[in-house]
Ligand binder design. Structure first.
Ligand SMILES: Nc1nc2c(ncn2[C@@H]2O[C@H](COP(=O)(O)OP(=O)(O)OP(=O)(O)O)[C@@H](O)[C@H]2O)c(=O)[nH]1
Ligand SMILES: [Mg+2]
Ligand SMILES: [Zn+2]
Length: 412
């Protein structure tokens, strides 16, 4: 929280004040204008662009693949279709453990041995049993059980495996999942694809520069973390590229205020690597963040031989898959696992509605009781305590901005 004596964070001063009490159409125009204005380059200390926090500002070279990918059909769907999708999406993303269990568990008919899935693609998987890796197939019946997910088995799954003479090792059952990291399927939405199961740490990697830090993406992943019940850990990498006039502390202050952990790392210089290794110890971590931020480099710094293992394990993947989003679970020497999740760009916001969004922005929600309307969206309404707080510098502008951008994209 910014006190009167403190200047607002440096990054916050770079954007114009928000707009209060303007009609929605004006507000939209204003947002569009801001977005245009934000595309302008700003030259930094060493001739680089200024640090920016909008996806519009992100270096083009790193865009495309990792742009948050919202279903373009979403906007032209009928309300019924919207509702149907939302219901399905909600059902599979229930944070309530019991409902989740019902959604994913299958009848416990199998005996056999328990194993951990470390790679999965279609009906093939690689699993760890008693410290050894085995190739398995997935019992076909598992694909027929309606779970709302297209893949019956994902990395991180605890499964029961039996030995079947002709087929070798066969996964007969998926044990109830504690957490689910999923994304809408590109072709089969509203069905979702499980990216990883039973993850308990979400490592959100952002570069400080190159590509420039993108706070909106961090804020989106924080929403995902809260929705899935997975603890977030923010990692700002490439800090070796910081210039003297870059204000790191001010930029990450909103996350400290939210009680989030933030690591400051440089994979190339070895900064913060020991701390990161400790943070990963005995956890099952999914690493997320846009391409080029240094996720692989960080994992290699934590454990140099990981890269080789990644390659070896990934051979089991991608067979006859229509999607490239496959991940592998890598074992850490310090204990625990990391899920390398290449290509993840959109996940975790499925089924979220506009009015619910503020539940995932505690710094915004705190002011909501003061709003005139109980269903205030804090975007255009009059007498909005949130907008007033934002004007008064009591809500970090980057957070309010992210809220507005995500809100715009969510269904009503
Ligand atoms: N200066 C600097 N460069 C870094 C750092 N970490 C990674 N890089 C470089 O950034 C580039 C991308 O790093 P990767 O580790 O491949 O990034 P990634 O996040 O795994 O990217 P994807 O696999 O495409 O998602 C490489 O050229 C790295 O050498 C760092 O801390 N400082
Ligand atoms: Mg990588
Ligand atoms: Zn309000």
């Amino acid at each position: 929280m910014t006190s009167e004596n403190n200047l607002p964070p440096e990054h916050a001063r770079r954007v114009e004040q928000p707009h209060v009490n303007v009609a929605e159409s004006d507000r939209r125009k204003q947002l569009a204008k801001e977005s245009e204005a934000s595309k302008r380059f700003r030259t930094g200390g060493k001739g680089r662009r200024r640090r920016v926090r909008r996806k519009d500002w992100t270096d083009e070279a790193f865009r495309g693949e990792d742009e948050l990918d919202y279903d373009p059909l979403e906007r032209v769907m009928s309300r019924d279709e919207h509702d149907r999708r939302r219901e399905v999406e909600k059902a599979v993303l229930q944070t309530d453990a019991r409902q989740r269990e019902q959604a994913v568990s299958v009848a416990k008919t199998a005996t056999g041995q328990q194993a951990l899935v470390i790679a999965a693609g279609g009906l093939r998987a690689r699993a760890l049993m008693d410290g050894k890796e085995f190739n398995c197939t997935v019992r076909g019946i598992l694909t027929e059980i309606e779970t709302g997910f297209i893949n019956p088995v994902a990395v991180g799954d605890q499964v029961m495996v039996t030995e079947d003479g002709a087929n070798g090792l066969v996964i007969e059952e998926v044990l109830p999942r504690q957490t689910i990291l999923a994304r809408p399927d590109q072709f089969l939405a509203p069905k979702q694809q499980v990216i990883a199961a039973n993850v308990d740490l979400l490592l959100i990697v952002s570069a400080w520069w190159n590509p420039t830090i993108w706070l909106e993406l961090i804020d989106r992943y924080l929403v995902v973390a809260q929705r899935t019940g997975i603890e977030p850990l923010i990692c700002i990498n490439k800090v070796d590229l910081m210039t003297e006039d870059d204000d790191y502390e001010a930029t990450v202050q909103p996350y400290y205020d939210l009680g989030k952990r933030v690591l400051r790392t440089s994979a190339t210089e070895g900064v913060g690597v020991d701390e990161l290794r400790e943070a990963l110890r005995d956890r099952t971590t999914a690493v997320v963040g846009m391409s080029g931020t240094g996720k692989s480099s960080l994992l290699s710094a934590v454990q140099p031989e990981l890269k080789l293992r990644t390659k070896a394990v990934s051979e089991v993947n991608g067979q006859g898959q229509h999607t490239t989003t496959q991940s592998t679970l890598l074992k850490l020497d310090v204990g625990g696992y990391v899920a390398d999740t290449p290509g993840i760009k959109e996940f975790g916001l499925g089924g979220l509605t506009r009015i619910e969004l503020q539940d995932y922005f505690p710094d915004i929600l705190a002011f909501a009781p003061g709003c005139r309307f109980s269903n205030c969206s804090h975007i255009t309404e009059p007498d909005c305590a949130v907008q007033a707080a934002e004007e008064a510098g009591l809500i970090p502008e980057s957070r309010a901005h992210s809220y507005g951008l995500i809100w715009e994209e969510l269904p009503e």
